[in-house]
Design a protein. Structure first.
Length: 234
């Protein structure tokens, strides 16, 4: 087989693998990747450079099944940065973090703090979607975490809020449960870090929204943000 037909065969094989993965996940139609511009990314040059640098990342096998890299979005000079776990199906399709149901709840939480998504920065530990939303593997984290570290170095937020067990345990290098971690300020490379529950968890456990609101109030106090009225039921 000559090189061109081998390359073509490789492309056909990867498209087949994509379709098989979609079928296995119950997706029966094709989507055209059209990045959503709803949440503008105001990148500084440094973030742009980093984003470009990883635009064809193949550091781990997740590149084979991703549709888009979900780099992160928001204000490059944000004082507050949220860090989640990994993109899900909606994020993978749109190339933006937290745009599915959990993301809509996060947007409401940010709104209840008197902020918008363009005031904060939102990123994940992993930049590519694990197939079928399985938890990230240690090898994937090891390859990807450096990108998040560089984002944090560029943005220099005053507060990082980790969303859920996974992001909290990864950045804090601990196995302590999220229930024990949440609501307490820790330190990550000299930056204040506060873990809270993941919005996806809140969708399943709405009674715990009040605990997250307590955590958000701590963040507002730390950042000297005016506390708007208590959020109505999200
Ligand atoms: N859950 C996450 O942790 N991150 C996203 O971007 C979306 C859902």
């Amino acid at each position: 087989m000559n090189t061109i037909s081998k390359d073509l065969k490789d492309v056909i094989d990867s498209v087949k693998a994509y379709i098989e993965l979609d079928r296995a996940s119950g997706i029966n139609e094709f989507f055209v990747n059209k990045p959503n511009t709803q949440y503008a990314i105001h990148n500084t040059n440094d973030l742009d450079v980093l984003k470009k640098e990883i635009s064809s990342c193949k550091r781990c096998p997740l590149y084979k099944t991703r549709r888009n890299i979900v780099f992160g979005a928001g204000n490059p000079k944000a004082e507050l940065m949220f860090v989640g776990e990994a993109p899900g199906a909606d994020e993978d399709l749109q190339g933006l973090p937290f745009v599915g149901r959990a993301g809509q709840l996060l947007t409401k939480i940010i709104g209840a703090m008197g902020l918008t998504r363009s005031d904060v920065y939102i990123a994940n530990i992993l930049k590519c979607r694990p197939p079928n939303n399985r938890p990230p593997l240690p090898a994937e984290i090891a390859e990807c975490e450096g990108i998040l570290k560089r984002q944090i170095d560029i943005i220099k937020p005053k507060v990082i809020c980790t969303l859920g067990k996974f992001a909290s345990q990864t950045l804090l290098r601990t196995e302590t449960t999220i229930s024990a971690l949440r609501g307490n300020f820790r330190e990550y490379n000299g930056i204040k870090l506060i873990p809270t529950f993941h919005p996806a968890y809140l969708l399943r456990n709405p009674n715990d929204k009040k605990l997250v609101w307590q955590d958000m109030k701590k963040i507002m106090k730390e950042l000297k943000l005016k506390c708007p009225s208590s959020p109505k039921s999200q």
